[in-house]
Design a protein around this ligand. Structure first.
Ligand code: C2E
Ligand code: CA
Ligand code: CA
Length: 414
């Protein structure tokens, strides 16, 4: 075995005991004499930042509780870790690729990613890439940025914000797959106020995190509603609109996980919708947080697609599961060839990137039939249902089931 292998001082971070042992065993078999194992990223990072460990290779699992692999990557970057890094993961290729990009962006010397369970020849191949020395470019540290704001703050705290829900329906089967939460302010004097009047105010006045928290996790929030629907036998996901400002808070994924656990709802029930027009801000921290959300099994959706200026390359790089085509390319697309071309191209592009497509703004049966013909997976719009209060949802689903029995072109009645 080469002297170089014998010189390696390896740190393995993996919460699964079996995996830790397996990787350590394989490293030793390859001639590494010094292999340390940690089951938690937090403990490993503490030890590294105290300067108590002299390590030149880290093999890190991506999916771990509390401090996950993405956070380890970020913190290794800010510690200026000079050694090499190998990621080990059972995640899908796209998620792993995102993590690899992040590691590079944080200035880490990434040897590559290993698919779990780790094969010895894969590991050896990556170690061979190490060469004689480890160089890393140090990274710049990263920094974070009228309806009366005081009235809005009071409304959030006193529970005046309520969610209405608009269904998302499968165009092939007619099945209701989810509900999108749309926030309204139930004002004691002015009645129902729509989000366009206050989301901007919340964003500008540092209230958006509290607002989003109320929409998702408040006593009348989306998690409580999805729980009630599940109890009533409806398997629905709930989609929530997220402001880009929510994603500046790196603790957002952990907060969501905590709220979901408290509510007893799996995070797989949540979809976060992010408006396309704001995707091109700080791509690095966006990639960090989106990848971590995805590791927690949340689904991510690009909202209002077609209204922003994201490049195809950018969309390909970000880990989205769903593309929502803006209503301006859906409504009347059947009678306008320019709109139709955009619609078709968006559906095809999303499918090529393994994303689900949703057409917004289905206002007529012609819009619905057109989406069905074009292979757009899901539909949403006034023709299916206008946003409704949560207590109407269960009844609406049974009405819809009767309605679709008469709809043309459906494969199965749900
Ligand atoms: P959006 O996410 O694009 O939501 C869809 C909007 O289109 C909703 O307006 C809905 O009522 C409307 N809509 C649905 N179907 C049709 C249709 O067939 N035709 C037409 N013309 N319109 C339709 P709404 O509820 O006024 O929401 C406006 C926007 O406010 C939303 O746009 C979303 O971006 C934002 N928003 C809503 N709730 C929240 C929230 O909790 N947080 C954040 N950050 N933004 C929110
Ligand atoms: Ca939306
Ligand atoms: Ca939208």
């Amino acid at each position: 075995m080469s002297a170089q292998m014998a010189d390696l001082r390896v740190l393995v971070i993996d919460d699964e005991g079996f995996m830790r042992k397996l990787i350590a065993m394989q490293l030793r078999a390859l001639g590494c004499k010094s292999v340390l194992c940690f089951e938690s990223g937090e403990v490993a990072l503490d030890a590294l930042s105290n300067g108590g460990l002299d390590i030149n290779l880290i093999v890190c699992d991506l999916q771990m509780p509390t401090v996950d692999g993405i956070e380890v990557i970020r913190r290794l970057g800010s510690l200026g870790f000079q050694g090499s890094v190998i990621l080990a993961s059972g995640e899908c290729q796209r998620t792993v690729k995102m993590a690899e990009k992040l590691a590079h962006a944080h200035g880490l010397k990434l040897l590559g990613a290993l698919q779990k369970p780790v094969q010895p020849d894969q590991l050896k191949w990556l170690l061979d890439k190490m060469g004689g020395h480890c160089t890393t470019e140090p990274r710049k540290p990263r920094a974070a940025h009228q309806v009366a704001a005081s009235d809005l703050a009071h409304a959030i705290e006193s529970g005046q914000l309520i969610n209405h829900y608009q269904p998302k329906v499968c165009t092939r089967t007619g099945q209701v797959v989810g509900m999108e939460a749309l926030v309204r302010w139930c004002h004691p004097e002015h009645g129902l106020i729509y989000p366009d009047a206050f989301i901007g105010v919340a964003e500008e006045n540092d209230l958006i995190n509290r607002l989003t928290e109320a929409v998702i996790a408040g006593p009348h929030g989306a998690l409580q509603h999805v729980k009630q629907w599940t109890a009533a036998g409806l398997n629905l996901h709930v989609a929530v609109n997220i402001s880009m400002d929510n994603l500046h808070d790196l603790s957002f994924p952990d907060q969501l996980a905590r709220h979901a656990e408290e509510a007893g709802v799996g995070l797989g029930h949540l979809v976060l919708e992010i408006t396309e027009s704001r995707l091109n801000t700080d791509v690095l921290s966006l990639t960090d947080i989106l990848t971590r959300l995805r590791l927690k099994r949340l689904r991510l959706s690009i909202d209002d697609f077609g209204t922003g200026y994201s490049s195809l390359a950018q969309l390909h790089d970000l880990p989205f599961d769903e593309l929502k085509i803006d209503r301006r390319f859906v409504h009347k697309a059947h009678q306008d060839s320019a709109l139709n071309s955009i619609l078709e191209a968006s559906v095809n592009m999303a499918h090529n990137m393994d994303m689900t497509t949703t057409g917004e703004g289905v206002e007529t049966v012609e819009d619905w039939l057109h989406l069905q013909r074009k292979g757009c997976d899901l539909a949403q719009g006034y023709w299916i249902a206008k946003p409704m209060p949560p207590e109407r949802v269960i009844h609406w689903v049974s009405e819809w089931r009767e309605r679709i029995a008469e709809l043309p072109g459906l494969e199965v009645s749900a």
